[in-house]
Design a binder for this molecule. Structure first.
Ligand code: C5P
Length: 393
């Protein structure tokens, strides 16, 4: 758990700090909050105390607070110092080394990396003196997060909006993740496929694509160059990831085969249809009689085809099972010539298809590992760490 000191200065964007603290905690950061006097006019220390789970620091010269954790100790405690929002006044003080309150004093005392998310009116942001302060801070190795452009609390439009808390946390994650997959190319398939029965109907399955999308995002955080091949899902397009959309198993096969050369890793997280209609009429099938029959043929096995290539990437399959998890998973590992298989139960109350949570039992030649129930982002990061380990083994 990474220790982050969050400094909040006085600006209307301070109302977003509550969400920021909550997100930092769900992303596994231990958060301590320090506020300027002006910040306490916008959001109460009590709110941030409740969300961070720790007393909030506001005073430089307060005997009680210095007793609990003095400012030097607080600066030493921090592994990251994030200042969000950073007002124009706050940036000006930090850039000149003025230390006249707790937040600015902590900045001087901190030896950890410092990140600043500016927030101010667009005219204040573009003022030459603010830009000089900004350049001075960058020169002092402070990293900037934002600001974004858009509508502002004052009714104006332009640069100066604080980045959204989710973007701030995503950037912190990206900047602090160990680069275990740096320079690795990774291809990931995700989601279900749709097999057309006629122009209006199709066969599909309950896969949501969440696991594959989480793997793509986490792989990118670990430094990999990611290509995602996605079946039809209800998820937002992942940011800055090369994503190709397909519908049927046949299209997914073609896309994977087209992208696979030069990849270091292939993770087949998609729930590919095993069977597809023999033929697809161009006209809608009409209702007739009390029963009907479908004639299905087997689809090509994508992951097995990748694993049989001459220069095959490190190939990982998934096995979603309602029974005999270990036996079926081990059988697939051998039969499909995979380097690793991640097996999970489906059809149970918790986890699996369509859930944000899952647990995995992972097998490879002569080894296995259990990942207990957790959210799919966390799980994806654990699985990728194991893949990186096995890849280098
Ligand atoms: O044989 P089964 O479908 O249970 O195997 C699951 C694994 O095989 C998953 O990794 C899935 O993505 C992959 N698969 C595939 N092509 C298919 C069927 C499954 O790549 N046609």
């Amino acid at each position: 758990m990474k220790r982050v000191l969050l400094g909040i200065s006085g600006g209307i964007a301070a109302y977003k700090s509550a969400e920021l603290v909550r997100l930092l905690r769900t992303n596994n950061y231990d958060v301590r909050v320090v506020m300027t006097h002006a910040a306490t006019q916008f959001i109460t220390p009590l709110t941030l105390q409740a969300l961070s789970g720790h007393a909030v620091h506001t005073q430089l010269l307060d005997a009680n607070e210095e007793n609990a954790m003095g400012h030097i100790n607080l600066a030493r405690w921090a592994e990251l110092f994030l200042i969000a929002p950073a007002s124009a006044n706050c940036m000006a003080k930090l850039s000149l080394g003025i230390a006249d309150d707790l937040l600015s004093t902590l900045y001087l005392a901190a030896e950890c990396p410092v990140y600043i998310a500016p927030a101010m009116n667009q005219a204040m942001w573009s003022k030459p003196v603010t830009q000089e302060n900004l350049n001075r801070l960058i020169h002092h190795q402070v990293s900037m997060i934002g600001p974004d452009a858009g509508s502002q609390a004052c009714g104006e439009i332009g640069y100066g909006r604080m980045s959204e808390p989710s973007d701030i946390v995503a950037q912190l994650n990206a900047l602090n993740a160990p680069q275990l997959l740096l320079n690795k190319k990774i291809l990931i398939s995700a989601g279900p496929t749709r097999e057309a029965l006629d122009p209006v109907r199709y066969i599909t399955n309950r896969s949501s694509g969440k696991m594959g999308y989480a793997l793509a995002q986490q792989a990118q955080l670990l430094g990999a160059e990611v290509t995602l091949i996605s079946g039809p899902v209800q998820l937002a397009a992942p940011k800055n990831i090369h994503t190709l959309y397909v519908e049927s198993a046949e299209e997914m096969y073609a896309a994977v085969m087209q992208q696979v050369s030069g990849q270091d890793i292939f993770i087949s997280a998609a729930a590919v249809a095993d069977y597809t209609p023999e033929s697809v009429p161009t006209e809608k099938i009409k209702k007739q009689g009390t029963h009907t029959q479908l004639s299905l043929r087997k689809t090509q096995d994508i992951v097995a085809s990748v694993a049989s290539l001459m220069n095959k990437p490190f190939t990982v399959g998934f096995a979603a099972e309602t029974h005999h998890l270990e036996q079926y998973a081990l059988d697939k590992l051998q039969r499909k010539n995979l380097d690793m298989i991640a097996a999970n139960w489906v059809g149970r109350a918790e986890g699996g298809f369509d859930s944000a949570y899952n647990a995995l039992q992972v097998y490879w030649q002569n080894g296995q590992k259990t990942f207990t129930m957790t959210d799919k982002n966390q799980l994806a990061s654990q699985l990728l760490t194991l893949i990186a380990e096995r890849l280098n083994a």
